[in-house]
Design a protein around this ligand. Structure first.
Ligand code: FES
Ligand SMILES: [Fe+2]
Length: 529
């Protein structure tokens, strides 16, 4: 997003100032009311401070058709708000004066001087004017709401730009030692147009900062007392199993003796047994049995591991783990219908980029959930509450990026295939999705997918339903996967996968800004994370 794009996207529809219809109505209201009720206005001295506001249009140069920089565009939006304020005051004044006129017409003293016919005619005219005035108030309400939306949107764009500038500046600062001459060079550099987000080249080793989080690695339901779940996380092989007390543990999936994969063995009385020579390890990695030889004091690597809300979590980082684990449950009223795990051959950042984007749906998911969707004239992701959480316009879909690698979304469903044009709140039924993109290795992601519904609770008891959900999830992912694999190949060969970001790329860009800041050791992470 650059300043010109920002300004031009905001400057063109300067709604009320250039609207013929509104100008007409405004003038009609003004002259109609003031000409007829000029004297009444004089009497309303006590209201003077409220209504005696100058029409801001008289001071503002027309900006229609001009391309504005971001600060000019902000000024225009501020003037729009001023106009809305002035307009609203005029609307209220009109209604007040019309009401007074009605009272006057109905005044018993006035009635003595007027025929019933004249009074009826006066009242009918006043009724028309009142109806028009009420209509005008509704238009003003809509206008205010649009102006506020526009202002909030601009604020976000400006914040995005500032964030990107800041992140560029931080990279500059960490990559060179400070000196007076370099400082001035840096200051100069900051004045230049900002750098683009660059995600290109072979995937680098994972930054240690990215490991200092709780990561969900498996669903509780998949981990029985005597089963093991092998998985990779940050390029290391791990295996999860339950100890004697039923609590899960996560140890390296490599035997200390001769590096045999432990998950090929078995779990006996809460210990994992290597299939090669039978060494047995507890959930904290201690070797407690070494058959056929003298016992040695051996311990393999283990990481903090906990179970919460149906998921197994590990802390792969070197920093001490935080005391609380996040919650990823759907809102109350939802029932979990499917929990699916998939190993995908793409880097987790690329998969997150894909999941945080909805604009691709009518082009990519033409055989599945977006079949028959029309292509909207404008797609936007709005974030009124926090920087990483918001809703898609024009789709009834709320979405959130939850650091370090989660995407939560709620999809409003009215009729199958009819998603457009409503907010999730207006929909009676919803589907909630959780995607966890665990960084397995530079080219592999372990995807944990959980799907919940706030309707049809009995569906989960229908035989084979799990298989159907899995089939559907795989179909959707396959539509994405062939594209993301192509991106990965090009990225490895030097292409920037964030070469030309546009408005609807906001959430993906914000994820990348967050990750850049984390990996550059920023003291304060963006978006209050
Ligand atoms: S390799 Fe595991 S016990 Fe020998
Ligand atoms: Fe997709």
């Amino acid at each position: 997003m650059n300043a010109i794009a920002t300004a031009s996207s905001l400057s063109l529809p300067i709604f009320c100032r250039t609207s013929k219809l509104d100008t007409k109505r405004g003038l009609k209201g003004k002259f109609g009311v003031f000409a007829v009720f000029g004297e009444e206005l004089e009497k309303k001295n006590s209201w003077g401070t409220i209504f005696d506001v100058e029409d801001p249009r008289l001071k503002v140069p027309l900006s229609k058709g001009k391309t504005l920089d971001v600060f000019q565009a902000l000024e225009v939006a501020r003037q729009d708000i001023q106009y809305c304020d002035w307009r609203a005051r005029q609307d209220v004044l009109t209604i007040m004066l019309l009401h007074e006129k009605v009272v006057e017409v109905l005044n018993p003293l006035a009635r003595e001087y007027k025929s019933i016919g004249t009074m009826k005619k006066d009242l009918a005219e006043l009724q028309d004017e009142l109806a028009e005035a009420h209509r005008q108030v509704h238009i003003s309400e809509t206008r205010v709401s649009t102006a506020l939306d526009k202002l909030a949107y601009m604020e976000e764009l400006v914040n995005d730009r500032l964030l990107q500038d800041r992140s560029t500046a931080e990279v500059d600062e960490t990559s060179s030692s400070p000196s007076t001459s370099e400082k001035s060079v840096r200051t100069e550099r900051r004045r230049k147009p900002r750098k683009r987000l660059n995600v290109s080249g072979p995937v680098q080793s994972y930054h240690p900062n990215l490991k200092n989080f709780w990561y969900p690695v498996a669903f509780s339901a998949d981990l029985k007392d005597d089963t093991m779940i092998p998985m990779e996380c940050f390029e290391e092989p791990w295996v999860i199993f339950r100890g004697k007390d039923g609590k899960p543990g996560c140890v390296q999936n490599t035997c200390a003796h001769r590096a045999c994969p432990l998950h090929l063995g078995s779990v006996n009385e809460g210990r994992i047994q290597c299939p090669y020579h039978g060494w047995e390890y507890t959930t904290d990695g201690k070797c407690e049995k070494m058959p056929s030889t003298r016992m040695l004091n051996i311990k393999i690597k283990s990481v903090p591991c906990f179970e919460k809300e149906g998921m197994i979590w590990i802390w792969p980082g070197n920093d001490p783990p935080t005391a609380t684990l996040p919650s990823l449950l759907p809102p109350s009223g939802f029932v979990v219908h499917a929990e699916i795990v998939m190993e995908l051959p793409v880097e987790h950042g690329l998969l997150l980029d894909n999941l945080l984007d909805l604009a691709h749906a009518p082009f990519t998911h033409t055989s599945t959930f977006a079949k028959g969707w029309s292509v909207p004239s404008f797609v936007n992701f709005l974030t009124p509450a926090s920087g990483l959480q918001g809703y898609w316009d024009p789709y009834p879909i709320d979405m959130e990026f939850r650091p370090p690698c989660m995407v939560l979304s709620t999809i409003g469903i009215s009729k199958p295939g009819k998603l457009e044009g409503q907010s999730t709140k207006e929909c009676a039924t919803h589907l909630h999705q959780l995607h966890v993109c665990l960084p397995s290795s530079k080219h592999k992601t372990r995807l944990l997918y959980r799907m919940s519904l706030d309707f049809a609770p009995l569906l989960k008891h229908v035989p084979f339903m799990q298989h159907l959900w899995r089939h559907f999830a795989e179909q959707v992912l396959n539509e994405d996967l062939r594209l993301v694999l192509g991106q990965q190949e090009r990225m490895n060969n030097g292409a920037n996968v964030w070469n030309v970001p546009v408005t609807y790329d906001k959430l993906g860009i914000r994820y990348r800004l967050w990750r850049d800041a984390l990996e550059n050791g920023a003291k304060q992470l963006p978006f209050n994370t």
